[in-house]
Write a new protein. Structure first.
Length: 103
């Protein structure tokens, strides 16, 4: 059975453990890449803080075409960087043929 996990800095992710998600604290991008490679086959969804996702972008791209895990950027305690919305816009544009979410 697949799990749902959250990767990122401790302050941003520990609250997710209270709703039953697996928290995976990561401070350095290299550590995150190793962890992602190790756990990718166990998780259906991995939420990852935007800051960490930006720093691990080349590794995350390898999983874009796969069904699982879905890797979803979320804002961290430092705030929203916009990467999550960029990914949504890119997916919508790919599905619809144009960026219908553009301002």
């Amino acid at each position: 059975m697949y799990k749902i996990g959250v990767m990122g800095d401790k302050d941003s992710i520990y609250g997710f453990s209270s709703v039953g998600l697996t928290v995976m604290p990561v401070e350095e991008p290299a550590e995150g890449v190793k962890l992602l490679k190790r756990v990718a086959d166990e998780f259906a969804v991995i939420f990852i803080t935007e800051r960490l996702a930006e720093e691990m972008d080349s590794e995350i791209q390898k999983y874009r075409e796969r069904t699982v895990p879905a890797i979803i950027p979320i804002p961290g305690v430092t705030g929203n960087t916009g990467i999550g919305m960029k990914n949504v816009s890119r997916s919508v544009e790919q599905a619809v043929g144009s960026d219908i979410l553009a301002d």
